[in-house]
Design a protein around this ligand. Structure first.
Ligand SMILES: Nc1ncnc2c1ncn2[C@@H]1O[C@H](COP(=O)(O)OP(=O)(O)OP(=O)(O)O)[C@@H](O)[C@H]1O
Length: 295
């Protein structure tokens, strides 16, 4: 349904944010996972017709997105990374306004539609509260409501859970997971758990490039038996870095650990672990000097 071919973008300051991006997506939740500065927002904004690429094509259900941006906008729902709200306007009034802009001119129809949406994102109770008085999680749910206006076929959400507490994040996840049943949903994030929890399909993205694409569990499984953990003294880290492919270092209950990638047990003190998507993600990012990750 969404096909991106040979997409390139270099900003005037010389930063190459998109480097020959190719992607093919069908209905469902797709996770675009990458570190800060990888180029995720550039890709999201380009798909959402807010900026142009230097070269390449994007096709959604037969619409050439660069030639007919207006056609795409009719079926697009977009929650940008920096989603601002008018603080002195209520959720109900704001959604009503956006619905009118999106062409729902009949006021009775609009009223019912907005009420449905507010129920869906669990904000009906707070419909008359000013958006400026919403919590971060409520604002994000409002953001989803506005992105859902007009039953979009393509939904883009850019780093939506950063800053949400675990409860709000859960609520937000439940809401997002419903969307993938009827639309192509692209979730751009640097939070590995969001992708593990929500997505059937994902790509690791870094330095403007898709490093690998596939099912999160299957990708993670490719490292089975090859990730080893060791408790170390923090001072040993530098030496270990020269010797091994370190995926991550972290604290657990005040103790310092490293996760290492190796074909077989690298030696004393190391134990094989039940590796997860985070290990796979770090593995890909560490391999950044390579064109593509072989799985
Ligand atoms: N308007 C711009 N002009 C110049 N460089 C830009 C512009 N927008 C983004 N960049 C650069 O392009 C690269 C990709 O940025 P982008 O915001 O797309 O990444 P990202 O993956 O969304 O990062 P983050 O997770 O931090 O939001 C970065 O190096 C960034 O500094």
């Amino acid at each position: 349904m969404l096909t991106i071919k040979n997409l390139n973008k270099t900003y005037p300051n010389g930063t190459q944010a998109l480097n020959d991006v190719n992607l093919s997506l069908e209905k469902g939740m797709f996770g675009l996972l990458g570190p800060n500065g990888a180029g995720k927002s550039t890709l999201m904004r380009t798909i959402a017709t807010l900026q142009l690429a230097d070269s390449g094509t994007i096709d959604f259900d037969g619409i050439d997105v660069f030639k007919h941006p207006g056609e795409l906008r009719k079926i697009l729902g977009y929650l940008p990374q920096d989603f601002g709200v008018y603080p002195k306007v209520s959720a109900k009034m704001m959604l009503d306004h956006i619905a009118r802009v999106k062409g729902i001119t009949n006021s009775q129809e609009r009223k019912g539609y907005v009420a449905d949406l507010l129920h869906k994102v669990n904000l009906y109770k707070f419909r008359d509260r000013n958006l400026g008085d919403y919590s971060g999680g409520m604002r994000q749910r409002f953001g989803i409501a506005q992105a859902l206006l007009g039953n979009p076929k393509l939904i883009i959400v850019d780093e939506p859970t950063a800053g949400l507490d675990p409860l709000e994040r859960n609520r937000f996840h439940n809401l997002l997971s419903e969307l993938g049943e009827n639309a192509v949903v692209i979730l751009s994030t640097h939070i590995v758990d969001d992708v593990t929890n929500l997505c059937q399909n994902m790509a690791v993205f870094n330095e403007g490039k898709i490093l690998v694409q596939g099912n999160p569990q299957e990708l993670s499984n490719t490292l089975n038996g090859k990730v080893f953990k060791k408790r170390i003294d923090k001072s040993e880290l530098e030496t270990l870095e020269n010797e091994f492919t370190i995926l991550s270092n972290y604290l657990r209950a005040g103790q310092f650990y490293v996760n290492v990638y190796a074909e077989s047990n690298p030696g004393e003190g190391f134990e094989v672990i039940n590796n997860d998507l985070e290990d796979f993600y770090f593995y890909c990012i560490n391999k950044k000097e390579q064109e593509e990750v072989t799985v």
